[in-house]
Design a protein around this ligand. Structure first.
Ligand code: KG4
Ligand code: ZN
Length: 380
């Protein structure tokens, strides 16, 4: 069935909400202002089979979900960037082109589905690297068009949050708060519905993941350093060293001062003992991690106090951090928060989260046309 057929059959149309009218790339229907409960979701999503493509940065992901169940979630990582100490955009785009077809084939085989079993194709519209998004979005839209399926554009940061609706684990009750911490973003978001997400606070400079990576680099660790700091911190003393805490009003955060503080500290110590970093690696990692997590947990606690919402989730690459997961677990025990900690496979970039967000949007009436363009700075 062609897109026009879909629109006719399911009553999908361009949303008249001012936010969507301004952005024709986000055609929603009958969504805004509607508060959807848990039961409504379950009913809406019954048996919806969604294939998704994620290509916002350097990982090529293709996933298939049915309802809340992940049937396949394949990721092709790009090793080509390691030697450069960061992602090289042009190389990422080329690698996506090489990886997309084999990754799609693997996902379809693992999920044991045919194109005819699929209801919609979701893809990351943004934010992300321009070339990477362009390759993935063009591929997804073309594949959908070839099979007469509707395509659904998805906001990458919404998807990190909406991954909580995937199995396992009970989906969060709305409204809930989500601390989204990735390599490019650090936000505290209030989620009233899958399309009504409000940023309560965010970083004014570096993202938390970026801070992890930059501080790891200062310690001579390779990119991405976040997981390595996490690993080293497990055997270190978090109280060994302390760093100046940034003073930022409200729920906003700042991490750039911490970088300067750690840099000056390391330079001072290295001048006295050239082996300082090597000999105290675990203690430095644990102290640096503790400083970053201190900022995050402090603001999250303030957000809970300000909103009275104790249903709290974490999302994004940094939510894989064991220290952060433990700190949240402690809050659940001591302060009665109802916490949602995603499984490791849903923390870093993956296509299952795009499929979940796409499924929710599609169920609510959103489909995009072939004309929808990826946007590296897609507004939240
Ligand atoms: O969400 P993500 O996979 O990609 C985007 O940025 O969208 O996040 C990647 C970030 C990197 O900065 C990486 O160092 C960080 O997440 N990260 C971690 C851990 N695993 C990934 N940071 C701290 N501890 C971890 N275990
Ligand atoms: Zn991400």
């Amino acid at each position: 069935m062609r897109l026009a057929g879909w629109r006719q059959k399911h009553g999908h149309r361009q949303c008249e909400h001012p936010k969507c009218a301004q952005n024709p790339a986000m055609p929603l229907a009958q969504f805004h202002g509607r508060k959807l409960g848990r039961t409504t979701f379950a009913a809406m999503q019954k048996n919806l089979t969604v294939l998704a493509v994620e290509s916002s940065c350097d990982d090529t992901g293709v996933a298939v979900i049915r309802g809340r169940t992940v049937l396949a979630n394949i990721i092709a990582n790009q090793s080509v960037h390691a030697q450069f100490g960061g992602v090289v955009p042009e190389m990422a785009s080329r690698a996506h082109m090489q990886h997309l077809i084999p990754t799609l084939d693997a996902a379809l085989a693992e999920a044991a589905v045919q194109p005819a079993d699929i209801d919609a194709v979701a893809y990351t519209q943004g934010p992300g690297l321009n070339g990477s998004l362009l390759v993935g979005a063009t591929f997804a839209k073309s594949w959908a068009w070839q099979h007469g399926l509707p395509s659904v554009p998805v906001h990458h940061m919404h998807a990190h949050i909406l991954a909580h609706f995937l199995e396992p684990g009970p989906p969060p009750m709305m409204p809930f708060l989500c601390l989204t911490v990735s390599g490019g973003h650090t936000q505290i978001v209030q989620v009233n519905s899958p399309e009504d997400l409000i940023i309560l606070g965010q970083t004014r400079d570096d993202a938390a993941g970026e801070a992890f990576d930059k501080l790891a680099k200062l310690m001579g660790l390779p990119y991405p350093g976040g997981p390595l700091i996490d690993q080293l911190a497990a055997t270190g003393d978090a109280g060994a060293f302390s760093f100046a805490k940034p003073q930022v009003d409200g729920l906003d955060m700042s991490f750039s001062g911490l970088k300067t503080s750690v840099l000056q500290f390391l330079q001072r110590e290295m001048a006295a003992d050239a082996d300082f970093v090597a000999s105290r690696q675990a203690d430095i990692a644990a102290s640096v991690q503790s400083a970053i997590l201190g900022i995050l947990m402090d603001k999250l606690t303030k957000a809970v106090a300000a909103t009275g919402i104790t249903e709290v989730a974490i999302a994004g690459g940094v939510s894989a951090n064991r220290g952060l997961r433990a700190a949240l677990g402690e809050k659940a025990e001591r302060s009665g928060w109802r916490v949602h900690i995603p499984p490791m496979a849903h923390c870093t970039d993956n296509a299952a989260m795009i499929a979940m967000a796409g499924s929710l949007r599609f169920a609510a009436g959103c489909i995009g046309g072939l004309e929808v363009a990826p946007d590296p700075r897609l507004p939240f």
